[in-house]
Design a protein around this ligand. Structure first.
Ligand code: 13P
Length: 248
């Protein structure tokens, strides 16, 4: 299975900074063929990023989407706007959106439906909080998020990202064992929904991925890529992550 490694820049980088990043980053990864390389800049920098990645092996993603096609929805961005800006994928259900913008499972599901209808690939995020992990509820949370988020969704062009909230931006990465355990569980739940097709769904790990821990994380059986925040903001650092070394 081809790996999938995506940069989630969150609310970082202006248009000029995006262009500068890509001018340094593109040559550093131009020989990579066995990884889908994806960057998700803020909305304002998407068109400029699309321009910079012409004729490269880099793909563009948005960080969010709205489910309606157009209309009186101040501040929102439609699927067609994202396509026009050059996006092939969109991140949906990130824990920061769930936490700060009250995005519940039903909203996440609506957004996934709209993205897929428009032909966008979906990077669907799930993950438990520290409190939930300590209370032994990790699997329950993951199951609920997946079953609700993916209700009536087919598995084509779908990538699932496991991002334990306690590992995001904290420098506290999940151990390989913790990541593999949840990834295997996610694969099982996906199997209940999609049968054999679950084997082909890429499951990314996200949460303090760095050049130092990427090699061993990518060696875990059910880890098929990464969703990277902080360590994706510098071209050298993200290039090293994309060019991870395969461990046996
Ligand atoms: P960090 O890599 O900064 O922990 O962020 C992870 C993340 O939330 C990616 O979506």
């Amino acid at each position: 299975m081809k790996y999938f490694i995506a940069a989630n820049w969150k609310m970082n980088k202006t248009i000029a900074e995006t262009r500068e990043f890509l001018r340094n980053f593109s040559p550093a990864v131009e020989k990579v063929t066995d990884v889908d390389i994806v960057i998700a800049p803020p909305f304002t920098a998407l068109a400029a990023a699309s321009d910079e990645i012409q004729d490269t092996n880099i793909q563009l993603a948005a960080q969010d989407i709205f489910w309606e096609e157009k209309g009186a929805y101040t501040g929102e961005i439609s699927p067609r706007m994202l396509l026009e800006a050059g996006c092939r994928h969109v991140i949906i259900g990130h824990s920061e959106r769930r936490q700060y913008f009250s995005e519940e499972d039903a909203i996440v599901n609506r957004k996934i439906k709209a993205a897929k209808k428009a032909g966008l690939g979906v990077i669907f995020c799930v993950g438990e909080s520290l409190e939930e992990r300590e209370a032994g509820k990790t699997f329950d949370v993951i199951k609920r998020e997946i079953e609700s988020g993916l209700a009536e969704i087919d598995p084509e062009n779908l990538v699932v990202a496991y991002e334990p909230i306690w590992a995001i931006g904290t420098g506290k990465t999940a151990t390989n064992e913790q990541a593999q355990e949840v990834h295997a569980y996610i694969r099982k739940i996906l199997g209940n929904l999609y049968g054999n097709k679950a084997e082909d769904i890429r499951i990314l790990y996200g949460g303090s991925v760095t050049p130092d821990n990427v090699d061993s994380l990518m060696a875990c059986k059910d880890v098929n890529g990464a969703l990277v925040g902080g360590a994706s903001l510098k071209p050298e650092s993200f290039a090293r992550i994309v060019c991870f070394k395969k461990e046996n």
